[in-house]
Design a protein around this ligand. Structure first.
Ligand code: PLP
Length: 250
């Protein structure tokens, strides 16, 4: 049959690729940068600070734009605001956090530029570590940033969403939820729809996300390869050190 994709809802914004470099070394960031990539994402404040302050990155990637995409704790805000070339914080999920980011940016920033922020929404309604901001609070959250946080520039809405949605069952409901939240935010606060971005889509689903209107996809493993987390070794990795020690004994 013929598949029809409605493009009427697509905003007039070229989707931005955020290359998620978490757990990957600065060298990989530099290679991607040399190939023209400018936006990079990290989800731990300390790792972002280390990578963004790396002398090699500072000297060879002057136009780099760092996105913070992890859960942000209030006691880490000052540290995050001090990250060189911090470009956007995608994970503002409470009024208190917005206030803290606003005042920290006002104090630390030398330039008059506002900091770009997105409001992260828990679209799946799952008991989630990611964020507690439910869809019903999206409008008041955005209103607070727009009216009470002069150092912040509201850019759009962000969701992580449920992992591994089966597209044969229809469009990802998390993405649909974010789309309808944007409409509600724009209608209520009289914001132009094409000025409010949507950050959704990762390695497994960024194409679908763009088809339904994402303006900002966050892609890690498809670009940089699978991540190895030392804290959660897979069974294979538990075996490897044993083999190695046997080899050393030999
Ligand atoms: C790690 C991460 C990504 C990238 O995930 P991949 O599946 O490797 O593309 C995107 N968004 C957030 C918030 C992440 O933490």
């Amino acid at each position: 049959g013929i598949e029809t994709v409605s493009i009427t809802c697509l905003p007039n914004i070229q989707p931005r690729l955020v290359a998620v470099s978490k757990t990957k070394p600065p060298e990989m960031v530099m290679v991607a940068y040399q190939h023209g990539q400018r936006n990079f994402g990290e989800n731990y404040v300390q790792e972002l600070l280390d990578k963004a302050s790396d002398p090699k990155i500072l000297s060879s990637c002057p136009e780099i734009k760092w996105h913070f995409i992890g859960h942000l704790q209030k006691n880490n805000v000052n540290k995050l605001m001090g990250v060189p070339n911090i470009f956007m914080v995608e994970t503002v999920d409470s009024v208190k956090l917005a206030d803290r980011v606003n005042s920290s940016w006002q104090k630390q920033r030398l330039s008059a530029q506002r900091l770009k922020v997105m409001v992260q929404i828990n679209t799946s309604g799952e008991d989630s570590k990611q964020t507690w901001l439910g869809p019903s609070e999206a409008v008041s959250m955005v209103q607070h940033i727009v009216s009470q946080c002069p150092a912040l520039e509201f850019i759009g809405l962000m969701t992580i969403g449920q992992y591994g949605h089966d597209l044969s069952e229809g469009p990802n409901p998390d993405f649909q939820m974010l789309l309808s939240k944007r409409r509600e935010v724009c209608d209520t606060l009289k914001l132009p729809l094409d000025k409010v971005e949507l950050s959704m889509g990762m390695s497994m689903d960024f194409e679908h996300a763009i088809e339904v209107g994402s303006t900002n996809v966050r892609v890690g493993s498809t670009i940089f390869g699978e991540r190895a987390y030392p804290s959660t070794p897979s069974p294979e990795k538990k075996i490897k050190p044993a083999k190695k020690s046997i080899m050393i004994l030999e």
